[in-house]
Design a protein around this ligand. Sequence first.
Ligand code: SAM
Length: 553
Amino acid sequence: MSILAKLSVSGDGKYHTFADGTPAYSARFDEVLSFHDIDNAYQVAPVCLNGQAWHINETGEAIYPHKFNRTFGFYCGLAAVVENDDWFHILPNGFAAYAQRYAFVGNYQQNIAVVCNKDGFYFHIDKLGQPLYENKWIYCGDFREGIAVAQAENGLSTHIDKQGRFIHSNWFLDLDVFHKGFARAKSDDGWHHIDKSGKPIYAQRYASVEPFYNGFSRVETHSGALQIINEQGNVIRELRAAKNDDFGALSADIVGYWRTFTIAAAADLKIFDYLPNNTAQLAIHTNTLEKRLTRLLNALAELGLVKCEQHIWHVLPKGAFLNTNHPMSLASAAIEYRGELMQRWHSLTQLMQEDIKADDIFKQVSLSKEHTQRHHNMLRSYALKDYQELVCYLDIDKGDVVFDAAGGNGLLAQLILDQFPSSNVILGDLAGVIDSSEFNNKRAFDLFETWPVKANKIMLSRVLHDWNDTNALQILLNAATSLQHNGAIYVFEMLLDEYSFGGSLCDLHLLTVTGGQERTQSQFEALFKKAGLCIDSVIKKDGLVTVMKLIRT
Ligand SMILES: C[S@@+](CC[C@H](N)C(=O)[O-])C[C@H]1O[C@@H](n2cnc3c(N)ncnc32)[C@H](O)[C@@H]1O
Protein backbone atom coordinates (compact mmCIF):
# COMPACT_ATOMS: atom_id res chain seq x y z
CA MET A 1 0.00 0.00 0.00
CA SER A 2 1.33 3.43 -0.92
CA ILE A 3 1.94 5.85 1.94
CA LEU A 4 2.86 8.68 -0.46
CA ALA A 5 0.55 11.72 -0.58
CA LYS A 6 -1.50 11.40 -3.74
CA LEU A 7 -0.91 14.11 -6.33
CA SER A 8 -3.59 14.66 -8.97
CA VAL A 9 -3.54 15.93 -12.54
CA SER A 10 -4.88 19.53 -12.72
CA GLY A 11 -8.13 20.27 -14.54
CA ASP A 12 -6.29 21.60 -17.62
CA GLY A 13 -3.87 18.62 -17.56
CA LYS A 14 -0.77 20.89 -17.47
CA TYR A 15 0.52 20.33 -13.88
CA HIS A 16 -0.18 18.36 -10.69
CA THR A 17 -2.02 19.44 -7.55
CA PHE A 18 -2.25 18.39 -3.92
CA ALA A 19 -5.52 16.89 -2.66
CA ASP A 20 -6.87 20.39 -1.84
CA GLY A 21 -6.33 21.55 -5.45
CA THR A 22 -3.30 23.79 -4.85
CA PRO A 23 -0.45 23.36 -7.37
CA ALA A 24 2.27 20.93 -6.23
CA TYR A 25 5.00 22.97 -8.02
CA SER A 26 5.35 26.13 -10.16
CA ALA A 27 6.36 24.54 -13.50
CA ARG A 28 3.79 24.18 -16.32
CA PHE A 29 3.85 21.63 -19.18
CA ASP A 30 1.94 20.94 -22.40
CA GLU A 31 0.65 17.70 -20.83
CA VAL A 32 1.23 15.67 -17.68
CA LEU A 33 0.14 12.10 -16.82
CA SER A 34 -0.53 10.60 -13.36
CA PHE A 35 2.15 9.98 -10.72
CA HIS A 36 3.19 6.37 -10.11
CA ASP A 37 5.13 5.03 -7.11
CA ILE A 38 8.62 3.63 -7.49
CA ASP A 39 9.47 1.02 -4.82
CA ASN A 40 6.86 2.74 -2.61
CA ALA A 41 9.63 5.28 -1.83
CA TYR A 42 8.92 8.16 -4.18
CA GLN A 43 6.63 8.95 -7.08
CA VAL A 44 7.28 10.20 -10.60
CA ALA A 45 5.10 11.33 -13.51
CA PRO A 46 5.52 11.59 -17.31
CA VAL A 47 5.38 15.12 -18.74
CA CYS A 48 5.92 16.73 -22.14
CA LEU A 49 6.74 20.25 -23.28
CA ASN A 50 7.58 21.61 -26.75
CA GLY A 51 7.79 18.14 -28.30
CA GLN A 52 10.10 16.74 -25.60
CA ALA A 53 9.11 14.26 -22.89
CA TRP A 54 10.62 13.13 -19.59
CA HIS A 55 9.65 12.24 -15.99
CA ILE A 56 9.40 14.63 -13.04
CA ASN A 57 9.43 14.20 -9.26
CA GLU A 58 6.87 15.62 -6.81
CA THR A 59 8.48 19.08 -6.94
CA GLY A 60 8.21 19.25 -10.73
CA GLU A 61 11.93 18.65 -11.41
CA ALA A 62 13.30 16.26 -14.06
CA ILE A 63 14.50 13.00 -12.46
CA TYR A 64 17.14 12.47 -15.22
CA PRO A 65 18.70 14.81 -17.83
CA HIS A 66 17.70 12.92 -21.01
CA LYS A 67 14.70 13.93 -23.16
CA PHE A 68 12.49 11.56 -25.18
CA ASN A 69 9.72 12.07 -27.79
CA ARG A 70 7.13 10.43 -25.57
CA THR A 71 7.07 8.98 -22.05
CA PHE A 72 4.58 6.83 -20.15
CA GLY A 73 4.12 5.94 -16.46
CA PHE A 74 6.47 3.76 -14.39
CA TYR A 75 5.04 0.28 -13.78
CA CYS A 76 7.02 -2.39 -11.89
CA GLY A 77 9.87 0.17 -11.78
CA LEU A 78 10.17 0.59 -15.58
CA ALA A 79 8.57 3.11 -17.96
CA ALA A 80 7.81 2.85 -21.67
CA VAL A 81 9.41 5.64 -23.76
CA VAL A 82 9.68 6.56 -27.43
CA GLU A 83 12.83 7.97 -29.02
CA ASN A 84 12.53 8.68 -32.75
CA ASP A 85 10.67 5.54 -33.91
CA ASP A 86 12.14 3.31 -31.19
CA TRP A 87 10.05 2.12 -28.27
CA PHE A 88 11.75 0.65 -25.16
CA HIS A 89 11.66 0.73 -21.37
CA ILE A 90 13.81 2.89 -19.08
CA LEU A 91 14.95 2.70 -15.46
CA PRO A 92 14.23 5.64 -13.11
CA ASN A 93 17.74 7.00 -13.94
CA GLY A 94 16.62 7.48 -17.57
CA PHE A 95 18.84 4.70 -18.96
CA ALA A 96 17.44 1.94 -21.17
CA ALA A 97 16.55 -1.25 -19.28
CA TYR A 98 17.80 -3.40 -22.21
CA ALA A 99 19.41 -2.98 -25.65
CA GLN A 100 16.55 -4.06 -27.91
CA ARG A 101 14.31 -1.47 -29.67
CA TYR A 102 10.71 -2.11 -30.70
CA ALA A 103 7.85 -0.73 -32.82
CA PHE A 104 5.70 -0.69 -29.67
CA VAL A 105 6.03 -1.62 -26.00
CA GLY A 106 3.28 -1.87 -23.38
CA ASN A 107 3.52 -1.18 -19.66
CA TYR A 108 4.91 -3.87 -17.34
CA GLN A 109 2.22 -5.81 -15.51
CA GLN A 110 3.30 -8.49 -13.04
CA ASN A 111 6.91 -7.93 -14.29
CA ILE A 112 5.98 -8.82 -17.90
CA ALA A 113 5.46 -6.44 -20.85
CA VAL A 114 3.97 -6.88 -24.32
CA VAL A 115 6.26 -5.73 -27.14
CA CYS A 116 5.89 -5.56 -30.93
CA ASN A 117 9.07 -6.05 -32.96
CA LYS A 118 9.91 -4.07 -36.10
CA ASP A 119 8.49 -6.93 -38.25
CA GLY A 120 5.09 -6.38 -36.63
CA PHE A 121 5.06 -9.48 -34.38
CA TYR A 122 4.01 -9.35 -30.74
CA PHE A 123 5.37 -11.32 -27.75
CA HIS A 124 6.09 -10.94 -24.03
CA ILE A 125 9.39 -9.94 -22.39
CA ASP A 126 10.64 -10.01 -18.79
CA LYS A 127 12.22 -7.05 -16.97
CA LEU A 128 15.65 -7.85 -18.46
CA GLY A 129 14.12 -7.58 -21.95
CA GLN A 130 14.29 -11.36 -22.54
CA PRO A 131 11.41 -12.99 -24.48
CA LEU A 132 9.41 -15.36 -22.23
CA TYR A 133 9.05 -17.93 -25.06
CA GLU A 134 9.89 -18.43 -28.75
CA ASN A 135 6.49 -17.91 -30.39
CA LYS A 136 5.53 -14.65 -32.04
CA TRP A 137 1.97 -13.46 -32.50
CA ILE A 138 -0.01 -11.11 -34.72
CA TYR A 139 -1.14 -9.60 -31.42
CA CYS A 140 -1.01 -10.45 -27.72
CA GLY A 141 -2.24 -8.78 -24.55
CA ASP A 142 -1.21 -8.39 -20.90
CA PHE A 143 -1.23 -11.32 -18.47
CA ARG A 144 -3.98 -11.59 -15.90
CA GLU A 145 -4.40 -14.55 -13.56
CA GLY A 146 -1.21 -15.90 -15.25
CA ILE A 147 -2.90 -16.14 -18.67
CA ALA A 148 -2.77 -13.84 -21.73
CA VAL A 149 -4.61 -13.68 -25.05
CA ALA A 150 -2.56 -14.41 -28.18
CA GLN A 151 -3.78 -13.92 -31.75
CA ALA A 152 -2.36 -16.17 -34.49
CA GLU A 153 -1.81 -15.23 -38.14
CA ASN A 154 -5.18 -16.71 -39.15
CA GLY A 155 -6.81 -13.96 -37.07
CA LEU A 156 -8.06 -16.34 -34.35
CA SER A 157 -7.19 -15.94 -30.66
CA THR A 158 -6.46 -18.35 -27.82
CA HIS A 159 -5.06 -18.29 -24.27
CA ILE A 160 -1.39 -18.87 -23.39
CA ASP A 161 0.56 -19.18 -20.13
CA LYS A 162 3.84 -17.44 -19.26
CA GLN A 163 5.83 -20.12 -21.09
CA GLY A 164 3.78 -19.42 -24.24
CA ARG A 165 1.96 -22.78 -23.93
CA PHE A 166 -1.69 -23.08 -24.91
CA ILE A 167 -4.07 -23.19 -21.94
CA HIS A 168 -6.71 -25.02 -24.02
CA SER A 169 -7.13 -26.01 -27.68
CA ASN A 170 -9.96 -23.63 -28.59
CA TRP A 171 -9.63 -20.60 -30.86
CA PHE A 172 -12.00 -17.64 -31.10
CA LEU A 173 -12.73 -14.65 -33.34
CA ASP A 174 -12.00 -12.44 -30.36
CA LEU A 175 -11.05 -13.13 -26.78
CA ASP A 176 -10.45 -11.48 -23.42
CA VAL A 177 -8.29 -12.47 -20.43
CA PHE A 178 -9.82 -14.33 -17.47
CA HIS A 179 -11.58 -12.40 -14.75
CA LYS A 180 -12.37 -14.62 -11.75
CA GLY A 181 -12.13 -17.79 -13.84
CA PHE A 182 -14.21 -16.73 -16.87
CA ALA A 183 -13.20 -14.99 -20.09
CA ARG A 184 -15.28 -13.22 -22.73
CA ALA A 185 -15.01 -15.01 -26.09
CA LYS A 186 -16.48 -14.35 -29.54
CA SER A 187 -17.32 -17.13 -31.99
CA ASP A 188 -19.13 -16.92 -35.35
CA ASP A 189 -22.53 -16.49 -33.72
CA GLY A 190 -21.53 -13.97 -31.05
CA TRP A 191 -20.03 -13.28 -27.64
CA HIS A 192 -20.25 -15.60 -24.63
CA HIS A 193 -18.15 -16.62 -21.60
CA ILE A 194 -15.76 -19.55 -21.43
CA ASP A 195 -14.05 -21.31 -18.53
CA LYS A 196 -10.36 -22.14 -18.25
CA SER A 197 -10.80 -25.32 -20.31
CA GLY A 198 -11.89 -23.06 -23.20
CA LYS A 199 -15.48 -24.38 -23.06
CA PRO A 200 -18.56 -22.11 -23.15
CA ILE A 201 -20.35 -22.05 -19.80
CA TYR A 202 -23.80 -21.63 -21.44
CA ALA A 203 -25.33 -22.04 -24.92
CA GLN A 204 -26.56 -18.51 -25.75
CA ARG A 205 -24.55 -16.06 -27.89
CA TYR A 206 -24.75 -12.28 -27.55
CA ALA A 207 -23.95 -9.05 -29.43
CA SER A 208 -21.74 -8.14 -26.44
CA VAL A 209 -21.00 -9.36 -22.91
CA GLU A 210 -19.22 -7.77 -19.94
CA PRO A 211 -16.93 -9.71 -17.57
CA PHE A 212 -18.71 -11.34 -14.60
CA TYR A 213 -18.97 -8.97 -11.63
CA ASN A 214 -19.62 -10.84 -8.38
CA GLY A 215 -21.33 -13.64 -10.28
CA PHE A 216 -23.33 -11.52 -12.73
CA SER A 217 -22.66 -10.19 -16.22
CA ARG A 218 -24.44 -7.50 -18.25
CA VAL A 219 -25.07 -8.68 -21.83
CA GLU A 220 -26.71 -7.28 -24.96
CA THR A 221 -28.68 -9.71 -27.07
CA HIS A 222 -28.55 -9.69 -30.86
CA SER A 223 -31.98 -8.07 -30.82
CA GLY A 224 -30.78 -5.22 -28.62
CA ALA A 225 -32.14 -6.31 -25.20
CA LEU A 226 -29.88 -5.53 -22.22
CA GLN A 227 -29.89 -8.28 -19.60
CA ILE A 228 -28.12 -9.43 -16.45
CA ILE A 229 -27.21 -13.13 -16.57
CA ASN A 230 -25.70 -15.43 -13.96
CA GLU A 231 -22.86 -17.91 -14.44
CA GLN A 232 -25.31 -20.55 -15.68
CA GLY A 233 -26.46 -18.17 -18.43
CA ASN A 234 -29.89 -17.67 -16.83
CA VAL A 235 -31.44 -14.22 -17.28
CA ILE A 236 -31.78 -12.68 -13.81
CA ARG A 237 -33.00 -9.22 -14.81
CA GLU A 238 -33.96 -7.43 -18.02
CA LEU A 239 -32.56 -3.88 -18.12
CA ARG A 240 -33.95 -2.97 -21.54
CA ALA A 241 -36.41 -4.73 -23.85
CA ALA A 242 -35.34 -5.89 -27.31
CA LYS A 243 -35.08 -2.97 -29.74
CA ASN A 244 -35.56 -5.07 -32.82
CA ASP A 245 -38.89 -5.53 -34.48
CA ASP A 246 -39.28 -9.27 -33.88
CA PHE A 247 -42.55 -9.34 -35.84
CA GLY A 248 -40.83 -7.72 -38.83
CA ALA A 249 -37.72 -9.92 -38.50
CA LEU A 250 -39.81 -13.10 -38.44
CA SER A 251 -41.86 -11.89 -41.42
CA ALA A 252 -38.63 -11.33 -43.33
CA ASP A 253 -37.51 -14.89 -42.48
CA ILE A 254 -40.86 -16.28 -43.61
CA VAL A 255 -40.50 -14.69 -47.05
CA GLY A 256 -36.83 -15.64 -47.37
CA TYR A 257 -37.69 -17.35 -50.66
CA TRP A 258 -38.35 -13.90 -52.22
CA ARG A 259 -34.58 -13.42 -52.20
CA THR A 260 -33.91 -16.92 -53.54
CA PHE A 261 -36.24 -16.36 -56.53
CA THR A 262 -35.11 -12.78 -57.24
CA ILE A 263 -31.44 -13.80 -57.36
CA ALA A 264 -32.16 -16.97 -59.38
CA ALA A 265 -34.17 -14.96 -61.98
CA ALA A 266 -31.23 -12.55 -62.34
CA ALA A 267 -28.94 -15.58 -62.79
CA ASP A 268 -31.32 -17.15 -65.36
CA LEU A 269 -31.30 -13.91 -67.34
CA LYS A 270 -27.50 -13.47 -66.90
CA ILE A 271 -28.17 -9.83 -65.95
CA PHE A 272 -24.78 -9.55 -64.22
CA ASP A 273 -22.95 -10.55 -67.41
CA TYR A 274 -24.30 -7.40 -69.15
CA LEU A 275 -23.49 -4.80 -66.48
CA PRO A 276 -22.81 -1.88 -66.44
CA ASN A 277 -25.67 -0.92 -68.70
CA ASN A 278 -28.90 1.06 -68.90
CA THR A 279 -32.26 -0.61 -68.49
CA ALA A 280 -33.21 -0.41 -72.18
CA GLN A 281 -29.99 -2.15 -73.30
CA LEU A 282 -30.29 -4.71 -70.53
CA ALA A 283 -33.86 -5.48 -71.62
CA ILE A 284 -32.59 -6.16 -75.16
CA HIS A 285 -29.72 -8.39 -73.96
CA THR A 286 -31.94 -10.37 -71.60
CA ASN A 287 -34.99 -10.46 -73.85
CA THR A 288 -37.18 -9.01 -71.09
CA LEU A 289 -39.97 -6.43 -70.78
CA GLU A 290 -38.24 -3.18 -69.84
CA LYS A 291 -40.77 -2.05 -67.22
CA ARG A 292 -40.72 -5.42 -65.48
CA LEU A 293 -36.93 -5.59 -65.68
CA THR A 294 -36.75 -2.22 -63.86
CA ARG A 295 -38.67 -3.78 -60.98
CA LEU A 296 -36.31 -6.75 -60.83
CA LEU A 297 -33.29 -4.41 -60.90
CA ASN A 298 -34.82 -2.32 -58.10
CA ALA A 299 -35.16 -5.50 -56.03
CA LEU A 300 -31.55 -6.46 -56.76
CA ALA A 301 -30.56 -2.98 -55.56
CA GLU A 302 -32.57 -3.55 -52.36
CA LEU A 303 -30.51 -6.73 -51.87
CA GLY A 304 -27.27 -4.73 -52.25
CA LEU A 305 -26.26 -6.47 -55.50
CA VAL A 306 -26.47 -3.50 -57.92
CA LYS A 307 -26.67 0.29 -57.78
CA CYS A 308 -28.01 2.81 -60.31
CA GLU A 309 -26.08 5.99 -61.12
CA GLN A 310 -27.26 8.40 -63.82
CA HIS A 311 -29.50 5.73 -65.35
CA ILE A 312 -26.69 3.17 -65.55
CA TRP A 313 -26.86 0.00 -63.47
CA HIS A 314 -23.54 -1.06 -61.89
CA VAL A 315 -22.54 -4.28 -60.11
CA LEU A 316 -21.80 -4.04 -56.37
CA PRO A 317 -19.07 -6.32 -54.86
CA LYS A 318 -21.58 -8.95 -53.64
CA GLY A 319 -23.33 -8.98 -57.04
CA ALA A 320 -20.02 -9.67 -58.83
CA PHE A 321 -20.33 -13.34 -57.80
CA LEU A 322 -23.42 -13.62 -60.05
CA ASN A 323 -21.41 -12.95 -63.21
CA THR A 324 -21.04 -16.33 -64.94
CA ASN A 325 -17.40 -15.52 -65.76
CA HIS A 326 -16.36 -14.96 -62.14
CA PRO A 327 -13.95 -17.78 -61.11
CA MET A 328 -16.12 -18.34 -58.02
CA SER A 329 -19.42 -17.61 -59.77
CA LEU A 330 -22.53 -18.40 -57.72
CA ALA A 331 -24.83 -18.06 -60.77
CA SER A 332 -25.22 -21.85 -61.05
CA ALA A 333 -25.74 -22.12 -57.28
CA ALA A 334 -28.54 -19.53 -57.47
CA ILE A 335 -30.39 -21.60 -60.07
CA GLU A 336 -29.70 -24.94 -58.34
CA TYR A 337 -30.93 -23.78 -54.94
CA ARG A 338 -34.17 -22.46 -56.47
CA GLY A 339 -34.75 -25.76 -58.33
CA GLU A 340 -34.66 -29.41 -57.26
CA LEU A 341 -32.80 -28.58 -54.03
CA MET A 342 -35.60 -26.29 -52.89
CA GLN A 343 -38.30 -28.73 -54.01
CA ARG A 344 -36.91 -31.22 -51.54
CA TRP A 345 -37.40 -28.82 -48.61
CA HIS A 346 -41.17 -29.23 -49.11
CA SER A 347 -40.91 -32.61 -47.38
CA LEU A 348 -39.25 -31.23 -44.22
CA THR A 349 -42.39 -31.54 -42.08
CA GLN A 350 -42.94 -35.09 -43.28
CA LEU A 351 -39.29 -35.91 -42.59
CA MET A 352 -39.86 -34.91 -38.97
CA GLN A 353 -42.58 -37.54 -38.68
CA GLU A 354 -41.39 -40.39 -40.86
CA ASP A 355 -38.00 -41.95 -41.49
CA ILE A 356 -38.37 -41.75 -45.27
CA LYS A 357 -35.49 -41.53 -47.71
CA ALA A 358 -35.52 -39.28 -50.77
CA ASP A 359 -34.16 -40.44 -54.17
CA ASP A 360 -30.39 -40.24 -54.46
CA ILE A 361 -29.94 -36.63 -55.64
CA PHE A 362 -26.44 -37.28 -57.00
CA LYS A 363 -27.53 -40.17 -59.23
CA GLN A 364 -30.45 -38.04 -60.42
CA VAL A 365 -28.15 -35.08 -61.19
CA SER A 366 -25.64 -37.31 -63.01
CA LEU A 367 -28.31 -38.51 -65.47
CA SER A 368 -28.49 -35.14 -67.28
CA LYS A 369 -25.40 -33.52 -68.78
CA GLU A 370 -26.77 -29.99 -68.37
CA HIS A 371 -27.79 -30.60 -64.75
CA THR A 372 -24.44 -32.26 -63.98
CA GLN A 373 -22.58 -29.25 -65.32
CA ARG A 374 -24.70 -26.73 -63.38
CA HIS A 375 -24.60 -28.71 -60.12
CA HIS A 376 -20.85 -29.25 -60.34
CA ASN A 377 -20.16 -25.63 -61.34
CA MET A 378 -21.83 -24.78 -58.06
CA LEU A 379 -19.71 -27.29 -56.09
CA ARG A 380 -16.60 -26.04 -57.90
CA SER A 381 -17.11 -22.44 -56.70
CA TYR A 382 -17.55 -23.56 -53.09
CA ALA A 383 -14.51 -25.84 -53.39
CA LEU A 384 -12.38 -23.01 -54.80
CA LYS A 385 -13.44 -20.75 -51.95
CA ASP A 386 -12.93 -23.31 -49.18
CA TYR A 387 -10.10 -25.63 -50.23
CA GLN A 388 -7.51 -23.35 -51.84
CA GLU A 389 -5.92 -22.25 -48.54
CA LEU A 390 -5.86 -25.80 -47.12
CA VAL A 391 -4.14 -27.82 -49.85
CA CYS A 392 -0.60 -26.68 -49.02
CA TYR A 393 -0.96 -28.23 -45.54
CA LEU A 394 -1.61 -31.77 -46.86
CA ASP A 395 1.42 -34.01 -46.48
CA ILE A 396 1.61 -35.60 -49.89
CA ASP A 397 4.91 -37.21 -50.88
CA LYS A 398 6.61 -37.60 -54.24
CA GLY A 399 5.01 -40.49 -56.14
CA ASP A 400 2.00 -40.78 -53.80
CA VAL A 401 -1.17 -42.09 -55.42
CA VAL A 402 -3.86 -39.63 -54.31
CA PHE A 403 -7.49 -40.63 -54.82
CA ASP A 404 -10.01 -37.76 -54.69
CA ALA A 405 -13.02 -39.97 -53.96
CA ALA A 406 -16.36 -38.43 -55.02
CA GLY A 407 -14.35 -35.39 -56.03
CA GLY A 408 -17.01 -33.85 -58.29
CA ASN A 409 -15.58 -32.29 -61.43
CA GLY A 410 -12.05 -32.32 -60.02
CA LEU A 411 -11.33 -28.90 -58.55
CA LEU A 412 -9.62 -30.31 -55.42
CA ALA A 413 -7.80 -32.93 -57.54
CA GLN A 414 -6.41 -30.11 -59.72
CA LEU A 415 -5.41 -27.97 -56.71
CA ILE A 416 -3.53 -30.98 -55.26
CA LEU A 417 -1.80 -31.71 -58.58
CA ASP A 418 -0.77 -28.03 -58.89
CA GLN A 419 0.63 -28.07 -55.34
CA PHE A 420 2.23 -31.55 -55.54
CA PRO A 421 3.07 -32.07 -59.25
CA SER A 422 5.09 -35.23 -58.56
CA SER A 423 2.08 -37.05 -57.09
CA ASN A 424 -0.32 -39.21 -59.08
CA VAL A 425 -3.78 -37.69 -58.50
CA ILE A 426 -6.81 -39.72 -59.60
CA LEU A 427 -10.34 -38.31 -59.58
CA GLY A 428 -13.24 -40.66 -58.85
CA ASP A 429 -16.98 -39.98 -59.08
CA LEU A 430 -20.19 -41.30 -60.64
CA ALA A 431 -19.91 -42.03 -64.38
CA GLY A 432 -22.01 -39.03 -65.51
CA VAL A 433 -19.91 -36.66 -63.41
CA ILE A 434 -16.62 -38.17 -64.56
CA ASP A 435 -17.73 -37.85 -68.22
CA SER A 436 -18.30 -34.11 -67.81
CA SER A 437 -15.03 -33.48 -65.92
CA GLU A 438 -12.02 -32.05 -67.73
CA PHE A 439 -9.58 -33.59 -65.22
CA ASN A 440 -7.28 -35.99 -67.10
CA ASN A 441 -6.71 -38.87 -64.70
CA LYS A 442 -10.19 -40.07 -63.73
CA ARG A 443 -12.20 -43.22 -62.96
CA ALA A 444 -15.92 -43.76 -62.68
CA PHE A 445 -16.70 -45.54 -59.43
CA ASP A 446 -19.37 -46.01 -56.78
CA LEU A 447 -18.64 -45.12 -53.17
CA PHE A 448 -20.59 -48.22 -52.07
CA GLU A 449 -18.95 -50.76 -54.35
CA THR A 450 -15.35 -51.97 -54.56
CA TRP A 451 -13.08 -48.96 -55.12
CA PRO A 452 -10.94 -49.10 -58.28
CA VAL A 453 -7.62 -47.83 -56.82
CA LYS A 454 -5.20 -48.49 -54.00
CA ALA A 455 -4.02 -45.08 -52.79
CA ASN A 456 -1.48 -43.62 -50.38
CA LYS A 457 -3.72 -40.64 -49.70
CA ILE A 458 -7.51 -40.54 -50.05
CA MET A 459 -9.53 -37.30 -50.10
CA LEU A 460 -13.13 -37.36 -48.87
CA SER A 461 -14.13 -33.75 -49.30
CA ARG A 462 -17.68 -32.92 -48.27
CA VAL A 463 -18.68 -36.50 -48.98
CA LEU A 464 -19.51 -37.94 -45.54
CA HIS A 465 -21.95 -35.12 -44.73
CA ASP A 466 -24.17 -36.31 -47.62
CA TRP A 467 -24.85 -39.60 -45.88
CA ASN A 468 -26.42 -40.98 -42.70
CA ASP A 469 -24.17 -42.78 -40.21
CA THR A 470 -24.70 -46.24 -41.75
CA ASN A 471 -23.71 -45.08 -45.25
CA ALA A 472 -20.90 -42.85 -43.97
CA LEU A 473 -19.41 -45.81 -42.07
CA GLN A 474 -19.58 -47.95 -45.22
CA ILE A 475 -17.73 -45.22 -47.16
CA LEU A 476 -15.03 -45.04 -44.48
CA LEU A 477 -14.65 -48.84 -44.45
CA ASN A 478 -14.29 -48.86 -48.25
CA ALA A 479 -11.76 -46.02 -48.04
CA ALA A 480 -9.76 -47.87 -45.36
CA THR A 481 -9.73 -50.99 -47.57
CA SER A 482 -8.36 -48.95 -50.49
CA LEU A 483 -5.62 -47.40 -48.40
CA GLN A 484 -2.02 -48.53 -48.84
CA HIS A 485 0.00 -49.44 -45.75
CA ASN A 486 0.79 -46.22 -43.79
CA GLY A 487 -1.65 -44.26 -45.95
CA ALA A 488 -3.92 -41.46 -44.75
CA ILE A 489 -7.47 -40.32 -45.42
CA TYR A 490 -8.19 -36.60 -45.43
CA VAL A 491 -11.76 -35.68 -44.51
CA PHE A 492 -12.76 -32.12 -45.47
CA GLU A 493 -15.92 -31.03 -43.65
CA MET A 494 -17.55 -28.10 -41.91
CA LEU A 495 -17.63 -29.12 -38.24
CA LEU A 496 -20.63 -28.29 -36.09
CA ASP A 497 -19.74 -26.45 -32.89
CA GLU A 498 -20.54 -28.67 -29.87
CA TYR A 499 -21.80 -25.68 -27.94
CA SER A 500 -23.81 -23.51 -30.35
CA PHE A 501 -26.54 -23.83 -32.95
CA GLY A 502 -24.43 -22.49 -35.85
CA GLY A 503 -24.67 -24.76 -38.93
CA SER A 504 -28.08 -26.18 -37.97
CA LEU A 505 -29.86 -24.84 -41.09
CA CYS A 506 -27.13 -26.41 -43.21
CA ASP A 507 -27.79 -29.66 -41.36
CA LEU A 508 -31.51 -29.44 -42.27
CA HIS A 509 -30.51 -28.80 -45.89
CA LEU A 510 -28.60 -32.09 -45.89
CA LEU A 511 -31.48 -33.92 -44.20
CA THR A 512 -33.92 -32.76 -46.88
CA VAL A 513 -31.68 -32.91 -49.95
CA THR A 514 -29.34 -35.89 -49.48
CA GLY A 515 -30.52 -37.62 -46.29
CA GLY A 516 -27.15 -36.76 -44.73
CA GLN A 517 -26.15 -34.65 -41.76
CA GLU A 518 -23.57 -32.17 -40.49
CA ARG A 519 -21.54 -33.48 -37.54
CA THR A 520 -19.44 -32.29 -34.61
CA GLN A 521 -15.84 -33.45 -34.37
CA SER A 522 -16.78 -35.97 -31.68
CA GLN A 523 -19.58 -37.38 -33.86
CA PHE A 524 -17.03 -37.83 -36.64
CA GLU A 525 -14.58 -39.41 -34.21
CA ALA A 526 -17.17 -41.99 -33.18
CA LEU A 527 -17.64 -42.95 -36.87
CA PHE A 528 -13.89 -43.07 -37.52
CA LYS A 529 -13.42 -45.37 -34.52
CA LYS A 530 -15.98 -47.84 -35.87
CA ALA A 531 -14.07 -47.90 -39.18
CA GLY A 532 -10.76 -48.64 -37.39
CA LEU A 533 -9.51 -45.09 -38.03
CA CYS A 534 -8.46 -42.22 -35.81
CA ILE A 535 -7.58 -38.55 -36.20
CA ASP A 536 -3.84 -38.05 -36.61
CA SER A 537 -3.99 -34.25 -37.01
CA VAL A 538 -6.41 -31.44 -37.80
CA ILE A 539 -5.94 -28.54 -40.24
CA LYS A 540 -8.12 -25.55 -39.43
CA LYS A 541 -7.63 -22.12 -40.95
CA ASP A 542 -10.08 -19.23 -40.80
CA GLY A 543 -12.44 -20.65 -43.46
CA LEU A 544 -15.50 -22.86 -42.94
CA VAL A 545 -13.84 -26.18 -43.63
CA THR A 546 -11.69 -28.30 -41.29
CA VAL A 547 -9.44 -31.08 -42.59
CA MET A 548 -9.13 -34.18 -40.39
CA LYS A 549 -6.21 -36.45 -41.31
CA LEU A 550 -7.08 -40.05 -40.47
CA ILE A 551 -4.79 -43.01 -40.06
CA ARG A 552 -5.52 -46.63 -39.17
CA THR A 553 -5.70 -47.23 -35.41
C1 SAM B 1 -21.16 -32.64 -52.03
S1 SAM B 1 -20.39 -33.30 -53.41
C2 SAM B 1 -18.69 -33.05 -53.05
C3 SAM B 1 -17.86 -32.95 -54.26
C4 SAM B 1 -16.40 -32.61 -54.01
N1 SAM B 1 -15.75 -33.66 -53.25
C5 SAM B 1 -16.29 -31.28 -53.31
O1 SAM B 1 -15.83 -31.24 -52.16
O2 SAM B 1 -16.66 -30.28 -53.90
C6 SAM B 1 -20.60 -35.02 -53.29
C7 SAM B 1 -20.00 -35.77 -54.43
O3 SAM B 1 -20.27 -37.17 -54.23
C8 SAM B 1 -20.52 -37.76 -55.49
N2 SAM B 1 -21.26 -39.00 -55.25
C9 SAM B 1 -22.49 -39.12 -54.73
N3 SAM B 1 -22.83 -40.41 -54.65
C10 SAM B 1 -21.80 -41.12 -55.12
C11 SAM B 1 -21.56 -42.49 -55.30
N4 SAM B 1 -22.46 -43.40 -54.92
N5 SAM B 1 -20.38 -42.88 -55.79
C12 SAM B 1 -19.45 -41.97 -56.16
N6 SAM B 1 -19.62 -40.65 -56.03
C13 SAM B 1 -20.79 -40.23 -55.52
C14 SAM B 1 -21.33 -36.70 -56.18
O4 SAM B 1 -21.42 -36.90 -57.58
C15 SAM B 1 -20.59 -35.45 -55.78
O5 SAM B 1 -19.59 -35.16 -56.69
